[in-house]
Design a protein around this ligand. Structure first.
Ligand code: ZN
Length: 307
């Protein structure tokens, strides 16, 4: 999904909200106008409004008192129905732009929000609460790694390879990277190595068009995150080959790829194609770091029993 497509979808989502708000309002008005007394009062009040707008000079004050009288009568009938004049207007979800997506010539904030929500939905991010603000690590080395990872997102250029034992916080860091990137309007794809490998297999077994669609989606995203590489089953002629194709194509297109793995660099080299290793470990283009520490999931305090 490129920015233009994203913008179009976001605009149509906002237009949908406007349409819904206006349809709800029309439906209420129609229902109210089935009541002859309401219909009469409303008509007289609207006519008084027009009269007031058209008059000037002395007649204006006569029109004003007539308008006030009609308004009081109209307010009363609304109050009897437990309504106010406010209820007769569409309830737009964005009161700044009335769900048009723009204020004058500028885009409204709600359009950006809608675009970010679309990016988030398309990203496979499983936890939106994992953010850099919520990351805490007492280990000074890990703190420095987290800080640098944040810079990598903000600069938008380098790849990232994060190694470390199980439970050192690699997935949490990858999720924080993903959430930050989405908040910056980046098109992110987050995959566990297991799920990505299944997708590779699906591509491999599909007809050419679907295969290309899958690979294009993987290479088009601004940021591709592969979490826990090394835990997936290696399918012969699939896993390493497709991984290389995707990573290589992404590097050629200057798109960022982030990988986390339990594997040591040596095991990484042994398990995958040497070409993947050398492409991904190019120190000029990749931030490589190891998270230290023991398994946080095993050392976290047990929850107190509630009863
Ligand atoms: Zn708005």
């Amino acid at each position: 999904m490129n920015r233009q497509q994203l913008l179009q979808i976001a605009q149509s989502k906002i237009a949908e909200k406007r349409f819904y708000a206006e349809a709800q309002c029309d439906s209420l008005l129609q229902q109210l106008r089935n009541n002859p007394e309401y219909k009469r009062c409303e008509r007289i009040f609207r006519m008084a409004q027009v009269q007031y707008a058209m008059q000037d000079g002395e007649d204006k004050s006569i029109a004003k008192s007539q308008l006030d009288k009609c308004k009081a009568e109209f307010d009363k009938i609304l109050a009897d129905l437990n309504l106010t004049e406010q209820d007769l207007r569409p309830k737009y979800s964005c009161t700044k732009c009335n769900d048009t997506g723009h204020i004058g010539m500028s885009a409204c904030n709600c359009l950006e929000t809608e675009m970010r929500n679309l990016l988030l939905t398309a990203s496979n991010i499983i936890d939106t609460n994992c953010t850099f603000e919520n990351l805490s690590d007492s280990n000074a080395h890990n703190k420095a790694v987290i800080k640098k990872a944040r810079k990598v997102i903000e600069n938008g250029q380098q790849n990232m390879l994060i190694t470390g034992n199980t439970g050192t916080g690699k997935t949490t860091l990858m999720l924080a990277c993903a959430n930050l990137a989405v908040s910056l309007g980046k098109n992110v794809l987050f995959y566990t190595a297991y799920n990505l490998n299944s997708l590779f297999l699906e591509a491999h077994l599909s007809e050419l068009k679907l295969k290309n669609d899958i690979l294009n989606t993987l290479t088009d995203a601004d940021i591709l995150i592969i979490d826990d590489l090394g835990t997936e089953i290696v399918y012969k002629n699939v896993t390493a080959e497709y991984l290389f194709t995707v990573i290589n194509e992404r590097i050629a297109r200057k798109k960022q790829t982030f990988v986390s793995t339990n594997l040591s660099l040596q095991d990484f080299r042994d398990r995958y194609d040497e070409r993947i290793f050398s492409r991904l470990l190019d120190q000029n283009t990749t931030f490589v770091a190891k998270l230290e520490g023991s398994d946080k999931r095993l050392t976290s305090k047990p929850k107190k029993s509630g009863n």
